[in-house]
Design a protein. Structure first.
Length: 263
């Protein structure tokens, strides 16, 4: 299967999940990086340390959970886009509940300590592509950042969940040219919405990306389902609603990442 390279992004909403149609990605504009300097470091000094290029390959390891297009950020070690055991911030909540990457893009553009970032150009489906979507099960993104970016964060929605994500929080980048590092990413429940497992409460592509057809769903958060929890390991699919664990369930790890330093 051909690699799906990095697509440029802007502050606009990145994932169109409307109606009963298959989820697609709407991307335009330049690659994004940090904006205002929020941490007091000397930006010019860091940029003078030279750009480093990386290839980040993200793969879906589940048999029945689609991912939204993977979002990857290269950043300084103090950055925490999400943290297990803490309440989810609004960008993480929007990704987890609605597949909405717009607030995450805004966070990245406003945070100078995030030195480079990008989003894949398609949802990642299981390798068997059970919905016959033609979408890939992996994507390769190439990013460049100055030497102050020493860590990586990865985030995607587990599409057929109420508020599930698959991700990595602040893991090291390889230091040497031609070195690579392998990571496995688990699924997390961000604790902001009850797990009804009903299609009417999930984003529309929850059915189409796996079954190839389906109706209903929503791209808006339902206040009646709101929870006041913290990010925790995902309990998996229980079968209490419309989701069959044999179809939509998974074993950890849910995702695979290989990070290579190119130069």
């Amino acid at each position: 299967m051909t690699d799906h390279d990095l697509m440029p992004t802007t502050r606009r909403g990145l994932l169109a999940l409307g109606g009963a149609a298959l989820g697609t990605t709407a991307l335009a504009g330049p690659s994004f990086a940090g904006g205002d300097d929020n941490d007091g470091d000397d930006d010019d000094d860091d940029r003078g340390r030279g750009a480093r290029s990386y290839r980040v390959t993200v793969a879906n390891l589940t048999p029945g959970q689609p991912f939204t297009p993977p979002a990857v950020a290269l950043h300084r070690p103090a950055v925490e886009v999400f943290s297990v055991g803490d309440p989810a911030n609004e960008p993480t909540r929007q990704v987890a509940e609605n597949g909405n990457l717009g607030p995450l893009v805004e966070l990245i553009e406003a945070t100078d300590a995030i030195r480079a970032a990008g989003v894949g150009d398609a949802p990642l489906v299981p390798a068997s592509d059970p919905g016959d979507t033609g979408n890939p099960y992996y994507a390769s993104l190439e990013l460049s950042a100055d030497a102050s970016a020493t860590h990586l964060t990865f985030l995607s929605m587990l599409v057929a969940t109420n508020d599930g994500i698959v991700g990595l929080d602040t893991v090291p980048l390889p230091e040497r040219v031609n070195a690579s590092m392998t990571y496995y990413a688990n699924g997390y429940d961000v604790g902001t919405e009850e797990n009804t497992e009903r299609f009417e409460d999930l984003v529309p592509p929850a059915q189409t990306l796996i079954l190839g057809e389906g109706e209903g769903g929503t791209t808006e958060s339902d206040p009646d389902l709101a929870e006041d929890g913290v990010i925790r390991p995902h309990p998996g699919i229980t079968g209490d609603g419309d989701l069959d664990p044999a179809v939509y369930g998974w074993r950890e790890p849910a995702g695979y990442l290989q990070v290579e330093r190119l130069d």
